[in-house]
Design a protein around this ligand. Structure first.
Ligand SMILES: NC(=O)c1ccc[n+]([C@@H]2O[C@H](COP(=O)([O-])OP(=O)(O)OC[C@H]3O[C@@H](n4cnc5c(N)ncnc54)[C@H](OP(=O)(O)O)[C@@H]3O)[C@@H](O)[C@H]2O)c1
Length: 280
């Protein structure tokens, strides 16, 4: 039962109406016997500072999603190593008014690279926002050296490429998001990562059918009830693949551990995620 002592955790971002994080977190809290609730709040760009100051007073912790992950790193009082190096914050812990920014997307990405069995080599990344920065940290942790970063706004990809060259020493290049250039870089990569909403809303990723070699692994951060277009291609071509749903549950589990110091029930969380999304 929700009472005056129930702890508040939440998600801020825009859009958030399709987010299934509330179902995933609330299932975990119930399983852990926590007196806590997780809500989602739509927060626009111009409202971010005010929202964060309000949460500093009322929330024990919160998650940050599109489009605030990069800016959030400037609004907290302290950063964990993952958040500091990646330059993106998706999880904030409120230590009695002091906000500590963390990046559990990076931890989820490290876990999933290990699950895919890829280590070192080259990666093709689609997207140049906060999620992309988080995944690049994981690629660095796992010894990757060459990055092809594609983005709708090519300039943003170029800026991110020069930034990660300087931070990590990657051999990185910023490229446009067109099928021909994408096919070329996928042909040279060991792993293909989608860090955009493509497949969730705003259309599907356009990849030429024969661009995906048999030995390329796929990490999709997007999720949809019937799978995204990219996930359907990967299944059809029998590629090693991880879905945005796994990513979502893992980053949520690492966030709960950061907030509470306790291991959450990941299987229960995955069941809640699948039910919320209508996956059979
Ligand atoms: N499964 C998970 O747990 C999980 C975790 C993290 C992120 N994600 C997903 O990853 C996506 C990116 O998140 P973020 O935090 O990086 O957001 P962000 O910082 O706002 O960046 C958004 C990125 O997506 C690109 N993009 C947006 N709409 C697009 C479209 N219609 N076509 C092509 N590119 C598009 C943007 O390109 P421009 O620069 O050209 O605008 C940018 O590269 C979100 O959809 C988020 O839900 C999922």
């Amino acid at each position: 039962m929700i009472t005056s002592s129930t702890e508040l955790y939440c998600l801020i971002g825009n859009p958030i109406s399709m987010s299934i994080s509330p179902q995933v977190h609330n299932a975990a809290y119930e399983g852990m016997g926590m007196d806590a609730v997780y809500l989602a709040f739509r927060v626009d760009d111009g409202e971010l500072e005010d929202a964060v100051e309000g949460l500093r007073i009322v929330a024990r912790g919160f998650n940050v999603t599109i489009p605030h992950k990069t800016r959030m790193s400037l609004l907290v009082d302290d950063l964990t190593r993952e958040a500091q190096i990646s330059g993106a914050v998706n999880t904030v812990r409120n230590d009695r008014g002091k906000l500590v920014g963390h990046n559990t997307d990076s931890l989820a990405a490290v876990y999933l690279l290990d699950k895919l069995g890829v280590r070192g080599g080259a990666a093709t990344i689609i997207g140049a926002g906060g999620a992309s920065r988080s995944v690049i940290y994981a690629l660095w942790m796992r010894g990757f050296t060459r990055l092809y970063i594609h983005n709708r706004n090519r300039r943003r990809a170029e800026v991110l490429a020069s930034s990660v060259k300087a931070i990590y020493g990657f051999d990185a290049v910023g490229l446009p998001l067109d099928p021909a250039t994408l096919a070329e870089s996928i042909g040279r990569a060991d792993v293909l990562i989608n860090a955009t909403p493509l497949g969730m809303y705003g259309g599907e990723l356009q990849i030429p059918g024969d661009a995906l070699r048999k030995d390329v692994a796929v990490m999709d951060l997007a999720y949809a009830s019937g799978g995204t277009g990219l996930q359907r291609i990967a299944v059809k071509r029998e590629l090693k693949m991880t879905s945005g749903l796994e990513f979502l549950v893992l980053q949520a589990a690492f966030a709960i551990e950061f907030w509470t110091g306790r291991r959450p029930p990941v299987t229960l969380m995955m069941e809640a995620a699948r039910e919320a999304l209508g996956v059979k």
